[in-house]
Design a protein around this ligand. Structure first.
Ligand code: GLP
Length: 253
C-alpha cells in the first residue's frame, strides 16, 4: 500500500483522479476496455469531480457499484444509485456497461445477479473510501474477512448510520436504513488496483487505526495494507494522526 498526502480535499481529488485515469487508460490499451468499481459517499466527491474531466474513452468502461442501502428508493436524496447517476453517469458519455445495485430488489437475488456479472468481468480498478468507523464499502466492524461471496447483505452499525445522518443525507436516525448490500472485502481485494480517497479530519482516527495498526476486522479498511497495488490519497487533516510521511504515488506508478 502506498500513501500520498495532499494539502486539501481538492488536491486529493485531483491526484486520485489523475492516477485513476492513468490506470483506466492502461487497461483500455491492454485489453480494449476497463472494469471499474465506483464508491459513493462524501469521500468520493472530489475524486469523481476530477475523474469526469479526464480524457477517457467512456464507451470502453464497465462500471460496478460498491454498495447500496436495502429498501431505499432511488428518488431518496441518500440513494447511492442516484448519486452515481447524478455525479458520474450524467456527466460523461455513455459507458459500455453499468451495473448499479438495486436496493429495492430481493437482496439475496441481487447479490447473486451482480456476483455472476462480476465473475466474467474482473475488476481493473476499485475506487473506495473509508468511513469514520473504518468501514470499507458497507463492511462495518467487525467485517467479514472470510466470505468469498462477491456481494453480501450486511447490517449497518450505529456509527455508520450516525455518520450518514450527520452528513445530512437523512432527516432522522430512524430513517437511515440498517441493512445494505455491499461488495465483500474479499471481492474488493480481487481488484487489480485500488485507489482509496479519504479526505477530512473526521477520518483521522480511522486512518490511523487502519494504516498504522495491524490488520483487523475491527478496522475493516486495514485489510488494504495487504493489497499489492493499493494507493491511498489523504489530505493533511485526515493524515494528521499518522506518524509517517506520505509521498507522491502517481510519480512512482
Ligand atoms: C460510504 C459508502 C461507500 C464509501 C464509504 C466511505 O458510506 N457507502 O461507498 O466508499 O462508505 O465513506 P464515506 O461516506 O465517508 O465516503
Amino acid at each position: 500500500m502506498e500513501i500520498e498526502i495532499s494539502d486539501d480535499a481538492t488536491e486529493l481529488g485531483k491526484a486520485a483522479a489523475r492516477l485513476a485515469a492513468q490506470v483506466i487508460r492502461q487497461s483500455i490499451g491492454k485489453k480494449g476496455y476497463a472494469s471499474l468499481v465506483l464508491a459513493t459517499g462524501t469521500s468520493q466527491f472530489e475524486t469523481l469531480n476530477y475523474l469526469i474531466q479526464e480524457k477517457i474513452e467512456w464507451s470502453r468502461i464497465i462500471a460496478f457499484h460498491l454498495d447500496e442501502y436495502i429498501g431505499l428508493p432511488e428518488a431518496s436524496a441518500a440513494s447511492f444509485r442516484k448519486y452515481i447517476k447524478e455525479r458520474f453517469l450524467e456527466k460523461v458519455t455513455p459507458l459500455k456497461e453499468i451495473h448499479l445495485i438495486n436496493g429495492q430488489a430481493n437482496p439475496w437475488k441481487e447479490c447473486e445477479r451482480l456476483g455472476d456479472l462480476l465473475k466474467k468481468r474482473p475488476v481493473d480498478l476499485a475506487l473506495v473510501g473509508i468511513g469514520e468507523n473504518g468501514h470499507l464499502g458497507f463492511n462495518d466492524p467487525p467485517a467479514d474477512f472470510e466470505t468469498s461471496e462477491p456481494f453480501i447483505v450486511v447490517r449497518l452499525d450505529e456509527r455508520c448510520r450516525q455518520q450518514q445522518l450527520d452528513e445530512g443525507w437523512f432527516k432522522s436516525f430512524e430513517e437511515v436504513p440498517d441493512r445494505a448490500i455491499t461488495m465483500s472485502v474479499w471481492q474488493i481485494l480481487q481488484s487489480e488496483k485500488i485507489i482509496c480517497s479519504v479526505p477530512e479530519s473526521r477520518k483521522a482516527k480511522a486512518v490511523k487505526d487502519c494504516f498504522e495498526n495491524s490488520i483487523s476486522c475491527w478496522h475493516p479498511a486495514s485489510i488494504l495494507q495487504s493489497h499489492q497495488q493499493c494507493y491511498c490519497f489523504l489530505d493533511k487533516s485526515s493524515a494528521a494522526l499518522l506518524r509517517r510521511p506520505g509521498f507522491k504515488v502517481h510519480e512512482r506508478f
